[in-house]
Design a protein around this ligand. Structure first.
Ligand code: AMP
Length: 236
């Protein structure tokens, strides 16, 4: 199965895709994670892209496409988290492989800002501990958000390795605005591109409940798609 998970910064793509990876045995390809790792390791690529991430800007298409092209070689089961983010990237992806479904996460800007500002990650570069200190109960335009915090057991120390928690550089207020603006300007047209094309089914969900509930909704939709395609003698 080949999936894309698409949504604005802070919409929980990383968390949902991690759970879907476990559920379906998918390879999770997160361009953001790949880039952060390159920066941490101080590689040539890391040095080249460092400033884009720091400023919340998109890494140039040719660089991103090369990285993803290499990762996708020979893969049949994967979830793409954070790619494609431009129409150019989407077009190249179409020429490389056939995606089975696009999971689209919706959320209001006000909620995204609260969630991103409250995200805390483990300071240990080898650990992927991820937490959130925001406690959100709010209804906006008929969408009721109930998002409890995801706190560590010990005061601001990672549950997995005990290292202190920190805020990601690009989760700081001045960068958040820029990332949301970039999403509106460059990434939303990706959805328009796929909608116009009309060949890949969308699974659309709101980020308005804890991850386990949102993921259950996504899983139900995937199962529905799978049974539809097996009725047509196609498998996803
Ligand atoms: P993320 O963790 O997905 O929010 O990505 C963090 C940062 O990595 C983004 O703000 C961009 O600077 C960069 N990035 C990740 N994926 C892409 C992509 N597909 N195209 C361009 N830049 C990207």
């Amino acid at each position: 199965m080949k999936l894309i998970i698409f949504g604005p910064p802070g919409s929980g793509k990383g968390t949902y895709s991690m759970r879907l990876r476990e559920r379906y045995g998918l390879e999770k390809i997160s361009t953001g994670d790949i880039f952060r790792d390159e920066i941490k390791r101080g590689t040539i690529l890391g040095k080249k892209i460092e400033n884009y991430l720091k400023e919340g800007k998109l890494v140039p298409d040719d660089v991103v496409i090369e990285v993803v092209r290499r990762k996708l070689e020979g893969l049949e089961n994967f979830i793409l988290d954070g790619f494609p983010r431009t129409v150019e990237q989407a077009k190249v992806l179409d020429s490389i492989t056939k995606i089975d479904a696009i999971i689209k996460i919706n959320a209001h800007k006000e909620i995204l800002i609260k969630k991103i500002s409250a995200r805390r990650i483990c300071s240990n570069p080898k650990c992927d501990g991820n937490y959130n200190v925001a406690d959100i109960k709010k209804t906006i335009e008929g969408i009721e958000y109930i998002l409890p915090p995801l706190l560590p057991k010990n005061d601001m120390k990672c549950d997995k390795c005990g290292s202190p928690l920190i805020q990601r550089d690009d989760d700081k207020p001045e960068v958040i605005e820029e990332r949301l603006k970039v999403y509106e300007q460059q990434s939303k047209p990706v959805i328009e591109y796929y909608t116009k094309k009309g060949t890949i089914p969308f699974i659309e969900v709101w980020m308005n409940r804890p991850p386990e509930e949102v993921v259950e909704n996504i899983v139900k939709s995937i199962e529905k798609l799978k049974s539809c395609s097996s009725n047509r003698n196609q498998s996803i």
